[in-house]
Every structure is written in structure tokens, then in C-alpha cells.
Design a protein around this ligand. Structure first.
Ligand SMILES: N[C@@H](CCC(=O)N[C@@H](CS)C(=O)NCC(=O)O)C(=O)O
Length: 209
């Protein structure tokens, strides 16, 4: 498997966490988002959306981190990253969507670039924008963890929800967003991050020194 990513990409970090939790070996090809590597024609030919990550498997290109996470869990079922009942799976998918669908696109690189360049947003405005949407999503996930968590976001073992929340908190820390109102989220993510320590952005081959 070849993971196309970038060390600081939250979406690529999600996939690295699942790969680490499942103990799977893979190669990395990294695309520096700071210099527009995601729009390089060779990569754009693989992923027409020009976003990382993408996973190359036996000549097939998988895109969209959540689709890749689901594929990994189907293809490599141990340890499972989804509950074994339909209700549990729907709850986990709900947590995943809260962050991956409703928060992350609002602070993706291209969104922030548009806010700054097309709408004249200042750094302070852009930071307030990010903090606002992160806080909305984190508060909702905190409430869901209070309902369903038992050490991890859902139950007593990591699920796809934890693969999503760890990078979300990494982004929050990077952008100086206060996460103290979400102690359950922070604790569950810390447990998962410790289990998947090799996935951390700072440990990737393309990470800044
Ligand atoms: N929904 C996509 C989001 C992917 C995404 O937004 N990737 C970011 C890095 S975290 C990216 O490539 N940004 C480049 C850009 O905005 O131009 C997924 O989950 O894979």
C-alpha cells in the first residue's frame, strides 16, 4: 500500500492512525501542501480532487479519508475499528461525520486561503472562524462521548471516531484553539494517540525538523 499524504494533513493523519492501530506496513509518498504539491499534475492524475490523502492498493486509487478508513476496516478486520452492531456503527459514523463532514472542510487549507484571498479575512478573523466551528463540533462530540464512550470515543476500544478526533485535536492545538471544555474528547484522543504514536505528524519522513 502506498499512502499519498503530507505530514501535517489531518485527513492523512486519520489514515495513518488506522494503519498503525492495525499494524499494517505501507509506503509513503508525500506532497508538500505549502508549495502546492497536491496540484502537481502527476498527483492530480491520481486524485482529481487534488487533496491528500489517497491510498494506492494494487493499482487502485482510493480517495477520501473516511472511505479509506472504512475500506481498511473491511479489508483488514483485526482489530475492528467499528462496533459489531448496527446502532453502534451508526453512532460512530455520526461522530465521524460531525468532525470530518461538518468541521474539517471549514478549516481546510483551500477554505482558509479563500477566506483570506477572496474575502479579505484578516488572520484574527480567520482564527476566530476556525475556533468557532471547531468548538461547535467538539462540543457535540464531547456530548456523544459522554453518552457512549468508555475510555474511547465509543466504548472501550478505538473506533473510526478516534481516528478522526485525534487529528482534529492536533489541528486545534496547532491553531491555538482551547480544548479544555472537552475533557472526555481530549482523554479518549490521548489514549488513541498513544496507541498509534508512529502516526503522529512529527514522526513522518517529510516533517519539518
Ligand atoms: N474530505 C477529504 C478532505 C481532504 C483534505 O481536505 N485534505 C487537505 C489536507 S488535510 C488537503 O489536501 N488540502 C489541500 C488544499 O486545500 O488545497 C478527506 O477526508 O480525505
Amino acid at each position: 500500500m502506498i499512502l499519498h499524504g503530507y505530514w501535517r494533513s489531518g485527513a492523512a493523519y486519520r489514515v495513518r492512525i488506522a494503519l498503525a492501530l492495525k499494524g499494517l506496513a505501507y509506503e509513503q509518498v508525500n506532497h508538500d501542501l505549502r508549495t502546492g504539491g497536491q496540484a502537481d499534475p502527476a498527483y492530480a492524475a491520481l486524485n482529481p480532487q487534488r487533496l491528500v490523502p489517497a491510498l494506492e492498493v494494487d493499482g487502485v486509487i482510493l480517495t477520501q479519508s473516511v472511505a479509506i478508513l472504512e475500506w481498511l476496516d473491511e479489508r483488514f478486520p483485526e482489530p475492528p475499528l467499528m462496533p459489531d452492531d448496527a446502532n453502534g456503527r451508526a453512532i460512530v459514523r455520526g461522530m465521524v461525520a460531525t468532525i470530518a463532514t461538518d468541521v474539517h472542510p471549514l478549516h481546510n487549507l483551500r477554505t482558509l486561503k479563500a477566506l483570506r484571498q477572496d474575502f479579505g479575512g484578516s488572520d484574527a478573523q480567520v482564527n476566530a472562524w476556525m475556533a468557532h466551528w471547531m468548538a461547535e463540533g467538539f462540543a457535540a462530540v464531547e456530548a456523544l462521548i459522554a453518552r457512549h464512550g468508555d475510555g474511547f470515543a465509543y466504548g472501550a476500544a478505538p473506533t473510526l471516531a478516534d481516528c478522526i478526533t485525534v487529528p482534529a485535536l492536533y489541528s486545534a492545538e496547532r491553531f491555538g484553539v482551547d480544548v479544555t471544555p472537552y475533557p472526555r474528547l481530549v482523554a479518549a484522543a490521548a489514549r488513541t494517540a498513544a496507541l498509534a504514536a508512529t502516526a503522529h505528524p512529527g514522526r513522518q519522513p517529510d516533517a519539518d525538523a
